[in-house]
Design a protein around this ligand. Sequence first.
Ligand code: CAA
Length: 378
Amino acid sequence: MNFKLTEEQKAMQKMVRDFVENEVEPFVGKMENGEFPTSLLQKMGELGLMGIPIPTCFGGAGKDFISYIIAIHEISKISAALGVILSVHTSVGTLPIFMFGTEEQKEKYLKKLATGKSLAAFCLTEANAGSDVAKMATRAMRKETCYEITGAKQFITNGGEANTYIVFAKTNQSKGNRGISAFIVDKETDGFSFGHDEQKMGLHGSRTVQLLFDEAKVPLENLLGNEGDGFKMAMSVLDGGRIGIAAQALGIAEAALHVATNFLKKRSTESQRPIEQGLAFKLADMATKVKAAELLVYQAAYLKGNGLSCGKQAAIAKLFASKTAMENATEAVQLLGDEGYTDKFPAERFFRDAKVCEIYEGTSEIQRIVISKHLLKS
Ligand code: CAA
């Protein structure tokens, strides 16, 4: 694995840094007040950021997976909310159509998604089926001209804002996870509506919504892949999705380190006293964990981008990076003292945003299950 970024990857990093500084940073306050960043997503579409790893023939930027991870990493240093919107849209919303879709599905959906004209969501979780996917109750009945989907999905990122939903439902009740199928569902589908809009601890600029399906009529041609393949498809796209969330967590962890470092340096200059060793050592520990997380995230991205098996590394990267985000954000609040507990500094926002990285796209406990299964299998 080469640790140096290519010229193309460096260009992506610079472009995203400029975009974040000029466009995202001024918008953070609005997102904190609950505004969904529609105008930012439109600009990201114009910059080619909404379909980074999708080939140009389908409207994407045709860049490698590492370039995509660079974008999430850079965006999440300033706005983890925008980071997750992009990650869910791309890794688990758009890539499944690229990976498993028919030519007609790619033609109809991919171009709009990859250019940012449409936004995507991934709809697996239910109130009683979060970690244990096979327990899902949503079902899809095959009729003459359509599938009728009935049930509810919970905690869906981009819900309500997205135009295209990758929805998992059981087409066969007796087959456990082998009875799950995947569908592409349009926002305007008859029988499909939105329920509770979650009020979250953090990520205020992203939306998390319940989806309701009441005999929602989805055309037969919107089945993604084959009937019964939904579980495996979900697991394989989640491998890539988890690298995206790990990159988001890395961005938060790094941003927390920067805030704490700048705060202590400024205080030291103003008071003309050196930073106490105990505090400086805390910065050293935070920086060490950021570096380790960065190597894990980019190693997993390298594997995924080269078509190599990445499930174990993706889970390791997500487990470690999300733990680091939480630890560094907690430490940043503590190092800033009273100021850290106020909204004068972003440390408290990082603290609120970091926690969910240990929960969504598979909790830390699920990552340990995935990692240990790989270890015991090999
Ligand atoms: N790729 C392809 N196939 C895979 C796979 C992968 N990564 N992982 C497992 N499979 C296959 C297995 O090979 C196996 O195939 P066979 O039956 O042919 O042997 C089959 O799938 C079943 O595998 P397991 O026995 O390992 O499955 P399990 O029932 O024990 O479940 C689990 C494993 C790790 C617990 C899994 O259920 C899981 O990851 N759960 C968490 C779900 C999750 O991450 N949810 C988050 C939702 S997304 C989100 O958060 C929303 C958002 O908007 C951000």
